[in-house]
Design a protein around this ligand. Structure first.
Ligand code: KG4
Ligand code: ZN
Length: 339
């Protein structure tokens, strides 16, 4: 088969990103324009500001992705774009740009699910990785335990009932004065703290062994901080961070290993922004090694939102013959496995 070049576009949250990916696994360019600094002063992503920034950034970012890859639109076989889930105004910017380029050039258009992108990030650096495998997708908006049955074919084993894992990191970080984005900051200060200092709850969801719940843990941290404050005592930031992080990691590892055991799968992959977490990576790697399971995780730059992962996912949709029409719309609550 001839080489397939995908131009991929991602704008579901606060990163405007474009990438050129060859044959689903070779990244020719991966341009990310992050808005983190802009949202930090508000303590989180402000949707209206995100949309406006995407509009300013989208064309330059796409141009840079083509230029860095040393290709023109004439070389591109398909345009893949994230159309959900995410912030509707943010998604619309990427979707509109992709549709406009597709319409003007007649290059086929492929709508990609954002989580499918996160999962597919694992294909880029692990050329030998093929489905089936178990994947834990943990980001700011999602916590899913997924059986990747085949390319583009997913069975959701469990998901969060309330907060996503990354959301819990961000909220706890704010409570202990670390600010936004909380995940990387908690990761960093936890290295200086004692993860056994405070025993926070490991939440179980009664009717599903694979579902997650993180809002109780977040409340437990807030209660702990309030009770000390009422007594006029201070807390040790590093210990709270490390103990909270341990509680999250324990639950994520426990559920993942249960899914691995019960499915009989011999391969496991991490995905999503929280997959950058050093404690989670270390604990999952160790658990997989003990169970004789192959462990995969993307480099941090491919864990957070990027377009290379959308290009990887888009390639497998392209190979299957899936194409989107010009009626492709942003779907903020798109479910994994839906088209
Ligand atoms: O995948 P992502 O970039 O965006 C979404 O699709 O949500 O994930 C962002 C989330 C944020 O909540 C951020 O705090 C978290 O990933 N995160 C981390 C780390 N790096 C990013 N959480 C824990 N430890 C990290 N090192
Ligand atoms: Zn994401």
């Amino acid at each position: 088969m001839e080489d397939v070049l995908i131009l991929a576009i991602e704008s579901s949250c606060d990163e405007t990103a474009a990438s050129v990916v060859k044959n689903g696994r070779e990244v020719l360019s991966n341009i990310i324009s992050s808005q983190i600094d802009l949202h930090t002063i508000y303590g989180g992503v402000v949707p209206e500001i995100a949309s406006r920034k995407h509009i300013e950034n989208i064309n330059p970012v796409i141009e840079e992705a083509l230029k860095t890859a040393n290709v023109t639109l004439n070389d591109i076989n398909a345009i893949a774009v994230t159309y959900g889930p995410g912030l509707v105004g943010a998604l619309l910017v990427g979707v509109s740009a992709a549709k406009a380029i597709s319409f003007a050039t007649k290059i086929p258009l492929i709508g990609v699910h954002h989580i499918e992108g996160h999962i597919s990030a694992n294909y880029i650096e692990n050329k030998e990785l093929e489905p089936p495998f178990i994947c834990l997708v943990v980001s700011g908006g999602h916590s899913h335990l997924v059986k990747v049955v085949d390319y583009g074919e997913y069975e959701i084993l469990g998901k969060t009932r309330d907060d996503a894992a990354g959301e819990a990191f961000d909220k706890v970080a704010r409570a202990i004065g670390l600010g936004y984005p909380g995940g990387p900051k908690i990761d960093k200060v936890s290295k200086l703290g004692n993860p056994e200092a405070i025993v926070f709850p490991r939440a179980k969801v009664n009717d599903s062994v694979y579902d997650f719940s993180f809002s109780g843990l977040k409340s437990a941290v807030l209660n702990y901080l309030n009770s000390l404050e009422m007594k006029g005592e201070s807390y040790v930031q590093e210990d709270v961070a490390a103990s909270f992080q341990k509680a999250v990691v324990d639950v994520l590892v426990d559920h993942s290993m249960k899914a691995i055991r019960e499915s009989g799968m011999k391969k496991f992959a991490l995905a999503g922004g929280v997959a950058s977490n050093s404690a989670l990576r270390a604990a999952m790697e160790k658990a997989c090694a003990e169970a004789g399971v192959e462990f995969y995780r993307p480099s941090p730059i491919l864990c957070t939102d990027n377009a290379a992962m959308i290009g990887a996912a888009g390639y497998y949709e392209y190979v299957k013959g899936n194409r989107s029409g010009y009626d492709l719309n942003a779907v903020p609550t798109l479910k994994l496995g839906e088209r």
